[in-house]
Ligand binder design. Structure first.
Ligand code: HSE
Length: 298
């Protein structure tokens, strides 16, 4: 009698779209199970797949999301939740977002669909606020909606689903170090030099246009980030070497996935994405730094 919801990993920022662009992958992902209970409030009866996540509903993002939904609806009964994680924590693959998105979706089904998808994004953002101190939507929106999603504005929230207009494969390489989004945000400079801003919004517009027109060359020319990547890449072992290897192996582009430490590269074909995976793996091969990597369709 549990309602089960799956929400996938996501790549936020996609180089030039800091906090405003993300896409979903087919896998891995998290599952949240939800069922009604007679007593009020939220309990979390199990967390599997990772160690160290709290069962306390005020500390775990799925509890925070569910509690907010129950309070807003003024519902008397409670819910029991379980979290089954397929995603590693602190990976840059939208781990907290996938849990939050799956919780919002499962709760909505359990409660008889009182909320629109856009409203579910807002609830899932509360999980992000809990996890990272910032309620960004560039992971939760694609995790809930699939494909690429543009967050055109935060206030008012304006979510623009772009789907997957062109075939793309994503190579993910995850150096086995944990990096907290809150830390990776705290090191960012608060001001952007005008010339870098100009190049960034040119690239973001180019990337969106390339996606919508199916223009791989334009997508490739646009996948750059001169603002945040240089500041954050110092936190990621062998980032520059891995990126160079991905580009030499034929990736359309490569960058930090969300706030890292995972690195993503986009390719036009699965074969290409696997060649890119091989090239990036080789960079780490002799370094003693352990990585996990995989290829998935966008
Ligand atoms: N846009 C967010 C950031 C995503 O880069 O901090 C975090 O996964």
């Amino acid at each position: 009698e549990f309602i089960k919801a799956y929400a996938p990993a996501t790549v936020a920022n996609v180089c030039c779209g800091f906090d405003v662009l993300g896409f979903a992958m087919e896998h891995p992902g998290d599952e949240v199970w939800a069922r009604k209970k007679e007593t009020p409030g939220v309990t979390i009866s199990a967390v599997t797949g990772v160690t160290g996540l709290s069962l306390d509903p005020t500390e775990n993002v799925i509890g925070v999301v569910a509690q907010k939904m129950l309070s807003d609806l003024k519902i008397g009964h409670g819910v029991e939740l379980q979290l089954h994680k397929g995603l590693p924590v602190g990976s840059g693959l939208g781990s907290s977002a996938a849990s939050s998105a799956a919780a919002a979706y499962a709760m909505n089904e359990l409660l008889g669909k009182p909320f629109t998808t856009q409203e579910l994004v807002v609830y899932a953002m509360e999980g992000e606020r809990k996890a990272s101190g910032s309620a960004h939507a560039d992971n939760v929106a694609p995790s809930l909606l699939g494909g690429f999603v543009l967050v055109r504005s935060y206030d008012p929230l304006d979510i623009v689903p772009l789907g997957v207009p062109v075939e793309l494969y994503c190579t993910v390489v995850h150096p086995q170090v944990e990096l907290k989004t809150s830390l990776a945000r705290s090191i960012l400079k608060k001001d952007i030099p005008l010339q870098k801003g100009i190049r960034q919004w040119g690239n973001l517009a180019g990337l969106i246009t390339g996606l919508l027109k199916g223009d791989y060359s334009l997508i490739g020319r646009s996948l750059h980030d001169e603002i945040f990547e240089p500041e954050r890449s110092v936190l990621i072992p062998l980032f520059n070497q891995a990126k160079a290897a991905a580009i030499s192996a034929g990736a359309l582009g490569c960058g930090i996935s969300g706030s890292g430490p995972s690195i993503f590269a986009l390719s036009a074909t699965e074969e290409q994405a696997m060649a890119v995976q091989h090239a990036m793996e080789q960079v780490y091969g002799s370094s003693g730094i352990e990585v996990k990597s995989y290829v998935t369709q966008v």
